[in-house]
Design a protein around this ligand. Structure first.
Ligand code: TZP
Ligand code: MG
Length: 221
């Protein structure tokens, strides 16, 4: 397998759903199933924070979610756990600035997808240099889903990165909803990444479909 092509990566980032068992009152499998039916294009397993599963339980859930993703032809990315990603042969890994060094992760995962969180142009350039396939930029809007989140930067950060020549696929994250999704695509993101908009929705399928429609509409402007 070769590294994912830039255009394919951009397409895949359209509706990037992130979830762990801690993000919903409902079973993660049920929520993901509905979200995939609604049109999620990429999934990240992010088992983190109070009450997060560990060890064999974490791996078992990852494998269950992976089965669903595969049935829908949607790649599964593992957050900050290279060993798990390799053990289950996931499609990729996402790391933050405080996680394992992106360059080392690239060495370990070969051609799998590598995503790196970046908050400014320096971090974006370093991520590209380290071999990232995409960067996650945020929080764009205030979020309650990440305890140690930085301050919200607004869609302007996306515009600013693009103006400074950052051409790598970008997914925006943090407080994104159906109502503000178009604004972040218009500012320069290739897709939107959400936890609560889908994981806390009473109808995950409808929200995923609405996000997909909003991204499509903004892209074709
Ligand atoms: N990184 C920056 S903000 C965030 C992460 C993981 C949480 C996004 O969650 P939500 O519920 O979509 O705001
Ligand atoms: Mg992290």
């Amino acid at each position: 397998m070769a590294r994912i092509a830039r255009e394919e990566m951009k397409k895949r980032l359209a509706v990037y759903f992130i979830m762990g068992s801690q993000n919903s009152e409902r079973p993660a499998v049920d929520v993901l199933k509905e979200a995939l039916d609604g049109g999620v294009t990429l999934f990240q397993f992010r088992e983190k924070g109070a009450g997060a599963l560990q060890g064999a339980e974490k791996e078992a859930l990852a494998r269950q979610l992976q089965r669903l993703c595969r049935a829908h032809g949607v790649p599964l990315i593992v957050n900050d756990d290279v060993e798990l990603a390799i053990a289950i042969d996931a499609d990729g890994v996402h790391v933050g600035q405080d996680d394992e060094d992106a360059r080392r992760v690239r060495e370990k995962i070969g051609d799998k997808i590598l995503g790196v969180s970046a908050h400014n142009v320096e971090e974006a350039r370093a991520a590209i240099e380290a071999g990232a396939d995409y960067i996650g930029v945020g929080p764009i809007y205030p979020t309650r889903s990440k305890e140690d989140a930085n301050e919200a930067q607004g869609p302007e950060i996306l515009r600013s990165l693009r103006e400074q020549g950052i051409a790598i696929p970008i997914v925006a994250i943090g407080g994104i909803t159906v109502d503000n999704a178009q604004a972040v695509i218009e500012a320069g993101a290739d897709g939107v990444s959400v936890i609560s908009a889908i994981a806390s929705a009473s109808e995950p399928k409808a929200v995923a479909a609405a996000l997909a429609a909003a991204v499509q509409a903004a892209r074709s402007r």
